[in-house]
Design a protein around this ligand. Structure first.
Ligand SMILES: [Zn+2]
Ligand SMILES: [Zn+2]
Length: 285
C-alpha cells in the first residue's frame, strides 16, 4: 500500500514531551507521514499524571494520550498532534509478571482522525522495594540495571512526602540513601525504578516499538477513501486444529476497518494455516 505522505502532505505535526521521547518518535513518524514533527517541551506533562503517585492520571491511557496531543495543538496552533502514554502494572493474567503498555497516538483535528500504535509486553524493569541498609539498596540497583536505568527514593514508604528523583550515579545513590535513613521514622528506605522515558532505556525501546506500530498503521490506507490507519478492529477465533480440524481459540480471520468512512474488509487466514494441536481443547484439553 502507499504511504501516508500524500494524505498529510505539507502539514506539520506537534509532539509534546519533556522526557526525550522525540528520539524514538520523531524520525519514525516523519518518515511515515512525510511531515515535519515539531517538538513542544514548554508544557509540563507531569501535570497530567506521574508514575510516582504525586499526581494521579485521570481516565484511561488513551484518554491521557489524547489530552497531551490536544495540549500540543493548543500551544502551537497546529492541527495534528502526537503524544505517548505508558502504563505499568502486573500482567492481566499472570500477576507475578510485570506488564508495560505503551501507546503512541496521532490526532488529526482537521480530518477528525485518530490512529494509535501500541506495544504491550513484559520487557520492563518496573519494580519497587524497601531496604534496610546501603548494601540492600545497591543490590537492588544492580538488579534493575542501574545506573543506565535511574532510581527514585523516598524515606519509609511509597507515600512519603519527600522524594528524590533522577538518581543516576552510584555516589548520588549513596547520598540519597543516607538522606532517606536520616528522614525515616521506621529505619527503612523505599526505592523504585524511575519509569520516565529518559530515565529508562528499556521503556524507551517499547515506546519506539509503539511508534513503529503507529507508522505501520499510517501506511495502511483505506482501499475506498485512502485514509491512513486502515487497521485490525476485530479478530475472529476458530482456526482449525492441525490434527482434528475442530475450531480453536486461534485467530481465523481479521477484520480491517477504516476510522473515517467505516469501510471494512475481512482477511481470512490461508486454508493451509492450522492451529497447533496444543491449542485445541479436544486434542489437548
Ligand atoms: Zn484438535
Ligand atoms: Zn475509508
Amino acid at each position: 500500500m502507499a504511504d501516508g505522505s500524500c494524505f498529510f502532505k505539507g502539514r506539520r505535526i506537534v509532539l509534546i514531551t519533556k522526557h526525550g521521547k522525540e528520539r524514538v518518535i520523531k524520525p519514525t513518524l516523519e518518515k511515515a507521514t512525510g511531515c515535519q514533527v515539531l517538538l513542544d517541551t514548554s508544557f509540563d506533562t507531569d501535570q497530567l499524571g506521574t508514575f510516582t503517585r504525586e499526581i494521579a492520571r485521570p481516565g484511561t491511557q488513551l484518554e491521557a494520550a489524547r489530552r497531551k496531543a490536544q495540549k500540543g495543538m493548543e500551544l502551537t496552533g497546529l492541527d495534528i498532534g502526537l503524544a505517548s502514554e505508558g502504563s505499568f502494572g502486573p500482567h492481566p493474567l499472570i500477576p507475578f509478571l510485570p506488564w508495560n503498555v505503551e501507546i503512541v497516538l496521532l490526532v488529526d483535528d482537521r480530518e477528525k482522525l485518530e490512529i494509535y500504535g501500541m506495544c504491550a509486553n513484559s520487557e520492563t524493569n518496573f519494580t519497587q522495594t524497601l531496604v534496610a541498609d546501603l548494601r540492600e539498596a545497591e543490590d537492588f540497583a544492580r538488579k534493575i540495571g542501574f545506573p543506565e536505568h535511574w532510581l527514585v527514593l523516598r524515606p519509609d514508604n511509597e507515600r512519603h512526602q519527600s522524594v528524590v528523583k533522577g538518581i543516576n550515579k552510584w555516589e548520588h545513590l549513596k547520598d540519597a540513601v543516607k538522606w532517606g535513613f536520616a528522614k525515616s521514622a521506621a529505619g527503612k528506605v523505599f526505592l523504585e525504578t524511575d519509569m520516565r522515558a529518559h530515565a529508562n532505556p528499556t521503556r524507551m525501546r517499547n515506546i519506539q516499538k509503539a511508534a513503529e506500530d503507529l507508522a505501520k498503521k499510517i501506511k495502511q490506507q483505506c482501499p475506498r477513501c485512502g485514509t491512513p490507519g486502515f487497521s485490525v478492529t476485530v479478530r475472529k477465533k476458530g482456526l482449525p486444529c492441525e490434527w482434528c480440524g475442530r475450531p480453536t481459540e486461534e485467530t481465523k480471520a481479521r477484520v480491517f476497518t477504516c476510522g473515517r468512512c467505516g469501510f471494512s474488509k475481512e482477511k481470512r487466514m490461508p486454508r493451509s494455516k492450522k492451529a497447533p494441536a496444543g491449542r485445541c481443547q479436544y486434542c489437548n484439553p
